[in-house]
Design a protein around this ligand. Structure first.
Ligand code: 13P
Ligand code: SF4
Length: 307
């Protein structure tokens, strides 16, 4: 604490001086999440905040696609990310050209793209979704297009999990989150055996057989709300490691079982990196204005849907 307290104080000073905010994803380590994050949450909550903030400067404590989403929604603001190498296995699994080919192959079928994608991919999209609204968005897109089929890309597991919850036919892509795809149904059964009565909360980027073993499936924000509202005695969050640290801080009466899968991309964001961003104005995230305008329509259509 002695080593990080001055860094935290300096970051909080610079935020005031520069009219800056830090948008902190639920996977940030607790010293970032709790001590310097101004707005904390899942992808959808952070996107909504980027769209409405009056700050001049946004520092994205998250991965690159999240910073791009902030820039798309707040084109007049400066958006910084502490590491340009904070990528995402889903975002790197597909290109704009891939989406154009899919559209040629399935004419008239609406394209729903997970926010974990580049701006170039979002620009080819009818509407974006996050893990908290994927079912609602796919049903909405099918209704609008008058079809029973939706292209839901690039996460094959999210798409299969949506398909299991709707009557829609879903075309997908071979992308996967390198953190969530590692969980297996066997892991969950072992946790249940070792911790009788434990509540299992799993992220929809996990394989369907993992979700089948879970008591609840939802975005990081939805898992957080579940623990806050239900206060289970014992819980396991089948998602990225730091999430449990952050939720545990706010729920001292809940015991957490903690299998640990780290996201190497999220972990590139550090307190020192955030300080460097604020001191030196690095690394600025820019999006080609033509691409940004097209991508914005897809993200704004999602944000316009009711909560
Ligand atoms: P959510 O926070 O929207 O659930 O997304 C999780 C994720 O893996 C983001 O990278
Ligand atoms: Fe991408 Fe998965 Fe890391 Fe989220 S946790 S940034 S989906 S690799």
């Amino acid at each position: 604490w002695e080593a990080i307290a001055p860094v935290i104080a300096r970051i909080n000073d610079l935020k005031r001086q520069k009219n800056a905010i830090i948008l902190a994803h639920n996977y940030m380590t607790p010293e970032i999440f709790a001590c310097v994050g101004d707005f904390r949450g899942d992808s959808l909550a952070l996107a909504r905040e980027a769209a409405r903030t009056e700050a001049d400067l946004i520092v994205q404590a998250g991965v690159h696609f999240m910073a791009e989403t902030s820039k798309i929604l707040a084109p007049g603001k400066t958006v910084l990310i502490p590491s340009m190498e904070a990528g995402c296995s889903l975002a790197s699994s597909i290109t704009g050209a891939d989406v154009r080919l899919l559209k040629e192959r399935y004419p008239g079928v609406p394209v729903v793209t997970y926010v974990n994608t580049t701006a170039e991919v979002k620009a080819e999209t009818d509407i974006c979704c996050t893990s908290s609204n994927a079912v609602q968005v796919c049903e909405h897109a099918a209704r609008e297009a008058g079809t029973d089929t939706v292209i839901c890309i690039p996460d094959q597991f999210l798409a299969r999990n949506v398909a299991a919850m709707t009557d829609l036919k879903i075309v997908t892509w071979a992308g996967a989150c390198e953190v969530h795809e590692r969980f297996t149904a066997e892991d969950i059964r072992e946790i249940k055996e070792g911790h009788p009565g434990v509540q299992i909360l799993a992220h929809p980027e996990c394989p369907p057989e993992v979700l089948a073993e879970a008591d609840f499936a939802g975005s990081t924000g939805a898992m957080n709300a579940y623990v806050r509202d239900k206060q289970p005695r014992n819980v396991v969050l089948i998602t990225e490691c730091s999430m449990s640290d952050n939720v545990a801080l706010e729920n001292p009466g809940v015991d957490f079982v903690r299998p640990c899968n780290l996201c190497p991309h999220m972990k590139r964001i550090t307190l020192e990196g955030i300080l460097n961003s604020l001191e030196n104005g690095v690394h600025e995230v820019t999006v080609d204005p033509v691409i940004a305008a097209r991508a914005r329509e897809a993200v704004e259509r999602m944000i316009a849907l009711p909560d």
